[in-house]
Design a protein around this ligand. Structure first.
Ligand code: F6R
Length: 613
């Protein structure tokens, strides 16, 4: 989604080169247009382009020699279509200032009407443009005072960076509910402003995460931070060493395929150092204050979006079944608008690969307001979710580039299994069958490897089934939640319309959809309900529906003789099966999308980091 990159301070190199490099590092978030603004011979110069940053790069060649304060942006459309005029930066009518914005201004329409009444002409359909005109409307030659007044008028979430013709060396920024980081490169004297640390170039920085409502003024001599009353606030720097790891696909055609294959490694790394096999214990090294709080926990709420929500569903089931504490999974965007779901005895576990998902962060804030304790699981160090949480644990999946999440999901599951086992340990003082659990977890990487070895069979099934345009996923218990995730994977990259139901629910409605043009993917892995799910499969077959069954080696499929089948050679604890079934269906979704010739790593309309509500 949208990304901000700006430079100020003592600028040592070409601003345009620096901005383009920063924007390219923001590309992974997903965007549809980009732009740059800087001062050239006393005038604000803006260049924008739809499509890839590469096309913007070609348009800014004439500005390459400038070392000027600059702002740049990647836009993911929210208000207004993907056309150049809607790309950022935006300007006021007099072309005195330019600004970029991440977030959503909820009262933009009301502000727009007010500004129009005052003679302002709007060029774009964006909410952002009102900020530029409002700035111009309130401008009294003092950037700080003006931005303070603008800030007070805005409702919604925003990170804003602005340059003004009258203050040629100054960059002014502010934020509410969106991340904005100041990164001082002491060696070069440059100061970068960005919404995402990933945009930084290799080097050593002193960083400050802006707090909500703070304003920072940056020029070649000073970096000054102000609170919402305009009073100077001391800067507290955190050192950051950025080492650029190149993201290449190696031997793979797509990042998604590479990341599917990285799962054994990601799981090994996430497990590393977190158990004691000899004594059958989990060692998550949770802090003392968490251990003191845990006996008071009366319920657990697991919160996430999309794939992370599916991890929440699987683990809520496991916590209830194994630890016997009431646990429920919640979709973050729903949870945050429900009253009274949490209190001081609630443990809330926020799950987010990126650590930046606006809905998840909003839900955790709401839970905190209702006095719950917040624990988070994320894959990204320094991400916003960590700052919102009382406790956190990191998955070790490594950067996930493909928009479609794979290795982050299975690593989340692994870490959440460990956390659940640790909960049991804390509750009972020991882990029942600890060695067996740990052995099971340790065999997961090799079991995933054996699924990967059979990928050509999955590809063949994908080739033979990719023409179905109605796909139904069914499963029971753990397999239902796994099916939810698999159905999402297929939708995201193949654009096939797919639905997911608990197998027993079909006869209550969805069975009406079934005919010879429907493919049902039946996840038969839950042993206690295997027979029942087979009966549901037969109900589908009686209506001429086609079946792709996924089962374990020892499960006899003769009775249903599915049209397509994949068997997993495993003997592993039931709750851990979702990891293996997910890998099979990640590969299936990938190969279906490949058959269809889609841009698998960048599915249409989607972004990697979803930073708006
Ligand atoms: C699906 C996918 C999304 C994300 C969701 C939450 O493949 O990647 O559904 O899981 O947007 O993202 P995070 O985990 O970063 O909060």
């Amino acid at each position: 989604m949208c990304g901000i990159f700006g430079i100020s301070g003592k600028i040592a190199v070409s601003s345009v080169d620096l901005c383009i490099a920063g924007l390219k590092k923001l590309e992974y978030r997903g965007y549809d247009s980009s732009g740059i603004a800087l001062l050239n011979e006393g005038q604000i110069e803006i260049v924008k382009s739809c499509g890839k940053v590469e096309s913007l790069e070609k348009r800014v060649l004439h500005l390459k020699d400038l070392k000027a304060v600059s702002i740049a942006h990647t836009r993911w459309a929210t208000h207004g279509g993907v056309v150049e005029v809607n790309a950022h930066p935006h300007i006021d009518n007099e072309k005195n200032l330019a600004l970029v914005h991440n977030g959503i201004i909820e009262n933009f329409y009301e502000l727009k009407l007010y500004l129009k009444k005052n003679g302002v002409q709007f060029l774009s359909d964006t909410d952002t443009e009102v900020i530029a005109h409002l700035f111009s409307h309130f401008y009294d030659s003092n950037l700080l005072n003006t931005l303070k007044r603008v800030h007070e008028k805005l409702i919604g979430s925003f990170a804003v960076a602005c340059i003004h013709k009258d203050h040629p060396n100054t960059l002014i920024v502010t934020k509410r509910d969106k991340p904005l980081i100041l990164a001082l490169d002491q060696q070069k004297g440059q100061i970068i402003v960005t919404s995402d640390r990933n945009a930084l170039y290799e080097g050593e920085f002193q960083t400050v995460d802006l707090e909500d409502n703070q304003i920072a003024l940056i020029n070649e001599n000073t970096l000054q931070l102000y609170d919402q009353n305009g009073l100077i606030t001391p800067l507290q720097f955190t050192p950051l060493f950025v080492k650029n790891t190149s993201h290449d696909k190696g031997e793979f055609s797509h990042f998604m395929l590479k990341e599917i294959h990285e799962q054994p490694h990601a799981i090994r790394r996430t497990l590393e150092g977190r158990y004691d096999l000899e004594n059958g214990q989990i060692l998550l090294n949770l802090p003392k204050n968490f251990k003191e709080f845990f006996p008071k926990v009366s319920k657990i709420a697991l919160i996430g979006c999309g794939t992370s929500y599916h991890a929440a569903c699987i683990i809520a089931h496991f916590i209830e079944e194994f630890v016997r504490i009431p646990a429920q999974a919640h979709i973050a965007s729903e949870f945050r608008y429900k009253e009274g779901l949490t209190d001081e005895s609630t443990l809330v576990i926020g799950i987010s690969q990126s650590g930046e998902t606006a809905d998840t962060i909003g839900a955790l804030r709401e839970a905190k307001r209702q006095k719950a304790k917040i624990f988070c699981i994320t894959n990204v160090q320094h991400s916003s979710i960590i700052r919102e949480s009382d406790f956190h644990l990191m998955t070790q999946a490594g950067p996930e580039i493909s928009v479609c999440s794979t290795k982050a999901f299975t690593s989340q599951l692994l870490l959440l299994y460990l956390l659940t086992l640790e909960f049991y340990q804390m509750k009972h003082g020991f882990l029942d069958q600890g060695n067996t659990w740990i052995q099971n977890l340790r065999t997961l990487p090799s079991l995933i490897e054996s699924v990967l070895q059979k990928k050509s069979l999955i590809q063949e099934i994908a080739k033979q089934t990719c023409q179905f345009d109605k796909v139904l996923f069914i499963g029971r218990q753990y397999m239902f939640y796994t099916a939810l995730e698999s159905s999402l994977k297929l939708k995201e990259i193949s654009y096939i319309f797919s639905l997911c139901y608990p197998a027993g629910e079909l006869k209550h409605g969805p069975l009406a959809l079934v005919d010879e043009n429907t493919l049902t993917i039946a996840l038969l892995g839950h042993a206690p309900t295997f027979q029942k799910t087979c009966s549901n499969v037969q109900e589908i077959q009686a209506r001429k529906g086609k079946i792709f069954a996924i089962a374990q080696k020892n499960q006899n499929l003769e009775e249903i003789s599915p049209d397509f089948a994949f068997k997993i050679d495993v003997s592993i604890a039931q709750p851990l099966l979702p990891i293996l079934y997910s890998v099979v269906l990640q590969l299936y979704a990938f190969y279906v999308a490949l058959e269809k010739g889609h841009d698998i790593d960048h599915p249409k309309n989607l972004a990697k980091s979803v930073t708006v509500e």
